[in-house]
Ligand binder design. Sequence first.
Ligand code: ZN
Length: 105
Amino acid sequence: MSLQQDILDLIKKASLRNYSKQIKNNIELLQRILDETSKYNMELSIPEMVYLILNPMETPFCHRGNKKVFNSVEKGYRFCGNKKSCLCNQENQKEKMTIVQSKNH
Ligand SMILES: [Zn+2]
């Protein structure tokens, strides 16, 4: 079975409140999760690793290369949360406004 499927099965069995504890106790599964996320080259929490594996299109970085703030497996990432050093949040707001404005034209 794929790692994704194994994680989904475990979350189903253990519930969203307890799965990370269950993963910690499952050394074999934990090792596969660590191997899968070693490409990011940083220490990540279990929920964050799980989220990244379940959402292969996601990355822990915003498009300007800053680490995004992780929320939860259900909610995913927020912006990098660093308004001073990264403009991605503002850029996103601007994009939204541009879409609204172009609709009005
Ligand atoms: Zn950013």
